[in-house]
Design a protein around this ligand. Structure first.
Ligand code: NAP
Length: 896
């Protein structure tokens, strides 16, 4: 390929001591090298600047004993050039630091990259000039750089964190930092060595240091989970997959959740027996693959504290069986965070090392370090004299290396450290509003450290390079994220962070390891594939959320928020869209029922409850089936009469099974799901009358059902919410039964179709406007539709039981639900309303699929417990609320 850059060599274009280039890249590691290659190939004059004296980035600095990658090396490689892939062969499953550094040197040589890298050059400040639309980078070697585009390829874990321990300077022995390990040989043999820190760096280095040291003392503040790497040759099965279909293998990685091509696990922990779970675990343990164990055992391990706890305990069991001294084993067993919420480690002989006579573990939770002295380390119980201290104390992650260039001054003199004072704000983890033409590779807000970095780096580099090429072709010279797009991304990040358990641990992912740092989950937890599709949508949406300008073209700004749906709702809707299903109503009512039955069969089964009992109860026109869900705790329990969704046409007493089970578990109440009659065989008012009759019978037989005597509660979703609301009105007007509260989830409340949500959400959100028309036509003649038994919004609302009304932003029924809540409030009924942002009509019944619905269900359960006069019950896993609860006061005010 002719080398465009030969004609435009960056080093030649200097003026007045300032090097002039199109693009300046900070960092010459994995990201910087690929950037340089792509940008030069595209004809941009480019320079890379790196403080190090050679390429390698993190692999240049982290030379401590035992340093290796912990993503299998066949996955931790560049994939942009098939010839490069065949020109390099890794020698091990997990390559050592020297081998990875050799690989990066090989890449630099192969593409002749070094000639445009200024080594030993630290960028000390960066300033955007509004007059010239260029960045000026100041360096510590005096030669500044003027560039149109400034790209930070500085890595996520490259700014070592100070140890924050008094007296380090007083120590007279040798001090080493794993993240800045010397290039010359470090003599450890026969020394008394202290290692502080038991993250990946500590865990990798401790076994090798122990082999050489006379005495090794490990100072541990927080135990971490570590799994055996079982290093060796690349596993034959993975290598065969790669060799069999290299393109497909790489593509699968790009669209996977973690950037490694493992399939998505569907089985959930409670579907597996103890023996099955153990078997899966043992297989994973033997495999020695971090991503495998993090993603392949059972689907709920990463998203649910209970599913996670099962795995964590199996790992702790391994720790106990490996370490001979029970006290040491206990100290090394993590209990303070879910597995995977803090970065777990891959080890070689880590736990077994503590069986060596020359190794001692000091549990800093029991005896914190007081200070470092001239001769060693003093805790509040003992003094340890040592010759060498190794700090494996980690990094100011994600933001540290970016902020190390200080100040970075954007438009109007705005400083990045001010903008990020409360935590990093980005659009896509790639750009920051107010900082034109600044890009970050794997910046905070992108999957980065929660993924195979090689995959995420390539995706970012390609995205940025392609944008720069497209801008040049269109005549644009600046690109800048809008504030609205950035605020939307921040919201989406927060929504994503409720999906996983990362928010539940104090880690470098959240900034908790650096005293005084703003805290929040910094990497994007929504997955590599979904993130890639979002970045692509930004482009196909006309650079949504970016303002582009150029000297001879009209400004372009297609402002907006790229993701308004909850992340898992987006996944479900995309999956449904990919299925290209015909409209459900086109199946006919029997075909639609079969479809729903099939659809429900493919979803995760509901979680275990104490007991499930099927029965029948007398309806107005013959027996009605019901399914009763009883909590495991001893009764009698309050009773909730539940009506399923399905537009009065579809579903049955079992069709909302996961929802009923979930609510039974959350509330500690009996849920009785009633199989009311369906249209078109039984048209209006059959469903309403069945609902009322069933509630009456259940209330009268509460004790026989194992429930608490007295008032019952009603609940329902969609058409079931309609029946629940109608039942309350009928019970008030017909002298009972007594109902203490109503939970209406996305209820149909009125026969009008002209509210905005019917238009806004007419298509694309599974429940369509035309499907609702069809349901209404099958159930109710036009002349009957204003009857309060089908349009409860038109009934008298005074004197109804207190209510909790749930509406979803992307639901055609949203506005009639809101209208009902407001009308109840106006009629003096105590009511709370949850406006579930980013959710669709089916979000809440899709338990364990739409995980972000959990916090909404938690609020529903709290409402039911309040209705029943029970105290609230919070579960740690459900913190974070993707919606807003509106108080009775606010609803009343809105209604007024
Ligand atoms: P780390 O995971 O942040 O671990 C730092 C350790 O030092 C923690 O155990 C921490 O305890 C402890 N520590 C920090 N300050 C301390 C203090 N003042 N007193 C006592 N203990 C202190 O850092 P890391 O081990 O360098 O790893 C960082 C990340 O780099 C890893 O999570 C991984 O993503 C990456 N990495 C990868 C590899 C690889 O295999 N590819 C190797 C090394 C690193 P607390 O937990 O209580 O804060």
């Amino acid at each position: 390929m002719p080398d465009v850059m030969d004609a435009t060599r960056a080093s030649e274009a200097t003026s007045g001591g300032t090097q002039q280039v199109d693009v300046a890249v900070v960092g010459a590691g994995f990201a910087g090298l690929y950037l340089l290659h792509r940008l030069r190939k595209a004809g941009f004059t480019t320079v890379a600047l790196d403080e190090a004296n050679d390429v390698g980035g993190t692999w240049y600095w982290n030379r401590y004993p035992g340093a290796r990658c912990d993503i299998q090396t066949i996955d931790y490689s560049y994939t942009f050039d098939p010839e490069l892939e065949s020109a390099w062969k890794w020698s091990e499953k997990y390559a050592t630091q020297p081998e990875i550094l050799r690989y990066l040197g090989f890449v630099a040589d192969r593409y002749d990259l070094r000639r445009d890298i200024r080594f030993g050059t630290k960028v000390t400040a960066a300033a955007w000039d509004d007059a010239t639309d260029r960045w000026l980078l100041t360096t510590d070697d005096g030669a500044s750089v003027s560039c149109r585009t400034y790209i930070m390829a500085t890595g996520c874990l490259s700014a070592p964190k100070p140890p924050e321990i008094d007296g380090v300077k007083d120590f007279k022995g040798e001090v080493y930092f794993t993240g800045r390990w010397p290039h010359e040989e470090v003599k450890l043999a026969g020394k008394r060595i202290a290692v502080i820190g038991t993250g990946s760096s500590g865990i990798q280095s401790i076994p090798l240091i122990a082999e050489q040291a006379a005495q090794l003392t490990v100072f541990q503040r927080t135990p971490n989970f570590a799994l055996p790497a079982h290093n060796g040759a690349a596993p034959a099965d993975r290598a065969a997959l790669l060799e069999g279909d290299r393109v497909g293998y790489r593509e699968q990685a790009r669209w996977s959740l973690a950037g490694v091509p493992w399939p998505q696990q569907m089985a959930v922990s409670w579907q597996l027996t103890d023996a099955e779970r153990r078997e899966r675990f043992e297989q994973a343990w033997a495999k020695g693959d971090l991503v495998y164990i993090l993603t392949q055992l059972w689907a709920d391990q990463a998203v649910d504290v209970e599913g996670n706890a099962l795995l964590a305990e199996l790992i702790r069991e391994k720790i106990r069986t490996t370490i001979k001294d029970p006290e040491t084993a206990a100290a090394l067993s993590p209990h303070d965070h879910p597995f995977g919420a803090k970065r777990p480690c891959l080890d070689t002989n880590y736990y077994a090392t503590y069986n060596r006579p020359n190794v001692t573990l000091v549990n800093l939770r029991q005896e914190p370090i007081k200070s470092i002295t001239a001769s060693g380390i003093t805790t509040d119980k003992r003094t340890f004299d040592v010759d060498t201290i190794v700090f494996a104390t980690g990094f100011d992650a994600m933001t540290g290396a970016i902020m190390a260039v200080h100040p970075i001054t954007g438009r109007g003199g705005k400083s990045l450290s001010d903008v990020w004072a409360d935590g990093p704000q980005t659009y896509l983890g790639l750009t920051v509003a107010g900082f034109p033409n600044l890009f970050m590779i794997t910046g905070p807000g992108s999957p980065s450290v929660l993924s195979n970095m090689a995959v995420s780096i390539e995706q970012h580099v390609d995205w940025v390079a392609d944008r720069l090429i497209a801008m040049r072709e269109a005549g644009f010279t600046t690109i800048e994220a809008t504030e609205a797009a950035q605020a939307g991304w921040t919201r989406h990040m927060a929504d994503c962070s409720t999906l996983t358990l990362h928010r539940l641990a104090n880690t470098w992912y959240t900034g908790a390891n650096v005293p005084g740092k703003a805290q929040g989950v910094m990497p994007y937890t929504g997955g590599v594939g979904p993130y890639r599709s979002i970045c692509n949508e930004v482009v196909s949406g006309g650079m949504l959320g970016f303002r582009l300008t150029g000297p001879n073209v009209a400004e372009q700004c297609n402002d907006g928020e790229i993701v308004r749906l909850q992340p898992d709702v987006r996944l479900v809707l995309n999956m449904l869209a990919d299925m290209k299903l015909p409209p459900i109503e086109s199946f006919g009512f029997q075909g639609a029922r079969d479809f729903v039955a099939q659809f429900n069969a493919s979803r995760p089964a509901g979680r275990p409850v104490g007991e499930v009992v099927d029965g029948t109860l007398p309806g107005p026109d013959g027996p009605l089936p019901y399914r009763l869900y009883r909590p495991a705790a001893p009764g009698p329990h309050p009773i909730v009469v539940y009506f399923h969704g399905g537009g009065w046409v579809l579903g049955d007493e079992q069709s909302d099974e996961p929802f009923c089970r979930d609510m039974c578990r959350r509330t500690g109440m009996i849920f009785v799901s009633v199989g009311y009659r369906h249209a078109p065989e039984h048209r209006f008012p059959a469903a309403a009358e069945d609902g009322y009759a069933a509630t009456r019978w259940i209330a009268e037989h509460a004790a026989d059902l194992g429930g608490r005597s007295g008032p019952v509660m009603v609940a329902g979703w969609s058409a079931g919410g309609n029946i629940a609301a109608v039942t309350c009105q009928l019970a008030r007007d017909r002298g009972g039964p007594q109902i203490s509260g109503q939970l209406l989830v996305c209820p149909a409340t009125d026969c009008r179709f002209d509210r905005p949500s019917y238009n806004d959400n007419a298509t694309g959100y599974f429940l369509t406007r035309s499907l609702m028309y069809w349901f209404w036509d099958l159930y109710c003649s036009p002349g009957d539709r204003t009857d309060p038994r089908v349009s409860p919004l038109r009934g008298k609302l005074e004197g109804l039981p207190q209510a909790f009304v749930v509406t979803c932003e992307f639901d055609p029924l949203r506005d009639e639900g809101v209208a009902y809540a407001e009308a109840l409030a106006a009629a003096g009924v105590p009511v709370e309303q949850l406006n579930a942002r980013g959710h669709f009509h089916s979000s809440f019944p899709m338990v364990d699929v739409v995980i972000t619905g959990a916090s909404g269900r938690m609020q529903m359960a709290e409402a039911l417990r309040r209705f029943a006069g029970l105290p609230p019950e919070r579960r740690q896993s459900d913190e974070g609320v993707p919606g807003r609860t509106v108080s009775p006061h606010e609803i009343a005010a809105a209604a007024g």
